[in-house]
Design a protein around this ligand. Structure first.
Ligand SMILES: C[S@@+](CC[C@H](N)C(=O)[O-])C[C@H]1O[C@@H](n2cnc3c(N)ncnc32)[C@H](O)[C@@H]1O
Length: 255
């Protein structure tokens, strides 16, 4: 399926394919390196401000990104890099071993069902992985039940495997007004803070510190539609110089 589902330029015919393990396996078999959003140099200062060298780190959806290896070079060595794609995991393990990064471990893991005990990690980090759960979400103000259930499942799992004051770092395209209803839902004890990085286009570096909010606070469900706003999806290829645009949604206020 995956081969004929890709266009000549390697992009998927339908963004829903980003949810298919076969799409990613096929892609990682052929592609050596693709960095979603920006590479590490653009947000390194934010990593160093929020992650300590002694922290136990879980990276979810590592793909073939260099991020975990760059963190290792910065002295953050206790990293488990995971992805749903066994191809990605095997290739990243080979690369890491060849470079002698012995402490980095690699595992196949589904972020919706993480194979780790409660309270295992000081940091869970992802870049562009949560965004994948939002593809085909329709109206981002009123996401479909499937999207809500996927994203909530991922966030609950992340929250569960963090230590009592651990931090979830989400490097994402999705804007704060769309993410807050998910991140701050009842049952999760973190509070959403963020920085931005990037030049002409801004990406978001979300920081969610567990234990900073009462679990009873927050909406039970993602917030309802906001009035007087409409959302447009910008799918023009020339809009960006890579496929980030496929995950992009913009908010436009009605005049
Ligand atoms: C947009 S790519 C981002 C890759 C990488 N983090 C980066 O910054 O370049 C999304 C990644 O999420 C992985 N993925 C998709 N669904 C997943 C799931 N349920 N659990 C873990 N990883 C998943 C894909 O295999 C892919 O590597």
């Amino acid at each position: 399926m995956a081969e004929d589902a890709r266009k000549d330029d390697g992009l998927p015919l339908h963004t829903a394919l980003y949810l298919e393990p076969t799409y990613w396996n096929d892609r990682f078999t052929k592609e050596d390196h693709y960095e979603w959003f920006k590479d590490y140099t653009h947000f390194r200062h934010l990593i160093l401000a929020n992650v300590k060298p002694t922290d136990k780190v879980l990276e979810v959806g590592c793909g073939n990104s260099q991020m975990g290896m760059e963190m290792y070079k910065d002295g953050i060595t206790q990293i488990i890099r995971t992805d749903l794609s066994p191809v990605a995991v095997k290739r990243m393990e080979e690369k890491s071993d060849a470079l002698g990064y012995k402490e980095i471990r690699h595992q196949v893991a589904d972020m919706l069902n993480l194979p780790y005990e409660d309270g295992t990690f000081d940091v869970v980090i992802e870049k562009g992985t949560v965004d994948v759960l939002f593809v085909d979400s329709g109206d981002p103000w009123n996401p479909s039940p499937d999207v809500v259930s996927r994203v909530e499942g991922m966030l609950k799992e992340t929250h569960r495997v963090l230590t009592s004051d651990g931090i979830f770092i989400s490097i994402a395209f999705g804007q704060p007004h769309f993410r807050r209803p998910f991140f701050e839902v009842k049952g999760l004890t973190w509070t959403m803070k963020w920085d931005t990085f990037g030049d002409s286009f801004h990406y978001f570096f979300y920081k969610l510190r567990k234990g900073t909010k009462d679990e009873k606070q927050g909406p039970s469900d993602p917030l309802p539609l906001q009035e007087n706003s409409k959302v447009t999806f910008n799918l023009e290829h020339e809009y960006m110089d890579n496929e980030d645009y496929l995950l992009h949604s913009t908010l436009a206020d009605d005049e």
